[in-house]
Design a protein. Structure first.
Length: 104
Protein backbone atom coordinates (compact mmCIF):
# COMPACT_ATOMS: atom_id res chain seq x y z
CA UNK A 1 0.00 0.00 0.00
CA UNK A 2 1.45 3.31 -1.10
CA UNK A 3 0.75 7.01 -1.04
CA UNK A 4 2.43 9.72 -3.07
CA UNK A 5 4.46 12.63 -1.75
CA UNK A 6 1.51 14.80 -2.79
CA UNK A 7 -0.73 12.73 -0.49
CA UNK A 8 1.79 13.29 2.30
CA UNK A 9 1.87 17.02 1.60
CA UNK A 10 -1.95 17.13 1.71
CA UNK A 11 -2.01 15.28 5.04
CA UNK A 12 0.47 17.76 6.46
CA UNK A 13 -1.36 20.81 5.11
CA UNK A 14 -4.77 19.67 6.34
CA UNK A 15 -3.27 18.52 9.63
CA UNK A 16 -4.80 15.08 9.13
CA UNK A 17 -3.63 12.83 11.97
CA UNK A 18 -0.58 10.87 10.86
CA UNK A 19 2.82 9.73 12.06
CA UNK A 20 5.72 10.22 9.66
CA UNK A 21 8.35 7.50 10.02
CA UNK A 22 11.79 7.73 8.40
CA UNK A 23 13.50 4.33 8.14
CA UNK A 24 16.81 5.56 6.68
CA UNK A 25 20.12 5.48 8.53
CA UNK A 26 21.13 8.23 11.02
CA UNK A 27 23.77 9.64 8.66
CA UNK A 28 21.17 10.06 5.91
CA UNK A 29 18.74 11.67 8.36
CA UNK A 30 21.47 14.11 9.41
CA UNK A 31 21.92 15.26 5.80
CA UNK A 32 18.25 16.02 5.24
CA UNK A 33 14.86 15.14 6.66
CA UNK A 34 11.20 15.96 6.33
CA UNK A 35 10.22 18.15 9.24
CA UNK A 36 8.32 16.28 11.92
CA UNK A 37 9.54 12.84 10.92
CA UNK A 38 10.67 10.26 13.48
CA UNK A 39 13.84 8.31 12.68
CA UNK A 40 13.82 4.58 13.33
CA UNK A 41 16.23 2.82 10.97
CA UNK A 42 14.76 -0.24 9.27
CA UNK A 43 17.17 -2.57 11.07
CA UNK A 44 15.88 -1.34 14.44
CA UNK A 45 12.19 -1.14 13.59
CA UNK A 46 11.02 -4.51 14.88
CA UNK A 47 12.59 -3.91 18.29
CA UNK A 48 11.14 -0.39 18.52
CA UNK A 49 7.50 -0.98 17.57
CA UNK A 50 6.37 0.29 20.98
CA UNK A 51 7.43 3.79 19.88
CA UNK A 52 4.77 3.85 17.15
CA UNK A 53 1.15 4.91 17.57
CA UNK A 54 -1.54 2.35 16.88
CA UNK A 55 -4.31 4.93 16.65
CA UNK A 56 -3.21 6.91 13.59
CA UNK A 57 -2.01 6.47 10.04
CA UNK A 58 1.71 5.76 9.75
CA UNK A 59 3.37 7.12 6.61
CA UNK A 60 6.79 5.54 6.08
CA UNK A 61 9.57 6.89 3.88
CA UNK A 62 13.19 6.17 3.06
CA UNK A 63 15.36 7.48 0.23
CA UNK A 64 13.54 5.95 -2.75
CA UNK A 65 10.85 3.61 -1.39
CA UNK A 66 12.49 0.19 -1.09
CA UNK A 67 13.26 0.11 2.63
CA UNK A 68 10.00 1.82 3.48
CA UNK A 69 8.06 -0.83 1.52
CA UNK A 70 9.77 -3.50 3.64
CA UNK A 71 8.99 -1.50 6.77
CA UNK A 72 5.30 -1.26 5.85
CA UNK A 73 5.19 -5.03 5.34
CA UNK A 74 6.74 -5.54 8.77
CA UNK A 75 4.38 -3.06 10.41
CA UNK A 76 1.32 -4.69 8.86
CA UNK A 77 2.52 -8.11 10.04
CA UNK A 78 2.53 -6.66 13.55
CA UNK A 79 -0.99 -5.27 13.32
CA UNK A 80 -0.30 -1.72 12.14
CA UNK A 81 -3.00 -1.92 9.46
CA UNK A 82 -2.91 1.79 8.60
CA UNK A 83 0.76 1.86 7.54
CA UNK A 84 1.59 3.23 4.08
CA UNK A 85 4.72 3.52 1.97
CA UNK A 86 5.52 6.99 0.64
CA UNK A 87 6.41 6.21 -2.98
CA UNK A 88 9.71 7.73 -4.09
CA UNK A 89 10.74 8.60 -0.54
CA UNK A 90 12.63 11.72 0.37
CA UNK A 91 14.01 11.88 -3.18
CA UNK A 92 10.50 12.45 -4.57
CA UNK A 93 9.71 14.84 -1.70
CA UNK A 94 12.76 16.95 -2.56
CA UNK A 95 11.99 16.93 -6.31
CA UNK A 96 8.23 17.50 -6.18
CA UNK A 97 7.45 19.26 -2.90
CA UNK A 98 10.39 20.91 -1.14
CA UNK A 99 13.68 21.31 -3.02
CA UNK A 100 15.29 22.75 0.10
CA UNK A 101 15.32 19.25 1.65
CA UNK A 102 18.65 17.59 0.95
CA UNK A 103 18.53 13.95 -0.05
CA UNK A 104 20.70 11.89 2.25
Amino acid sequence: PTVTVRDLQEARQTKAPHFLLDVREPAQYAVGRIEGSKLIPLGELESRLSELPRDQRILVHCKLGGRSAKAVGLLRQHGFNDAWNVAGGITAWSKEIDPSVAVG
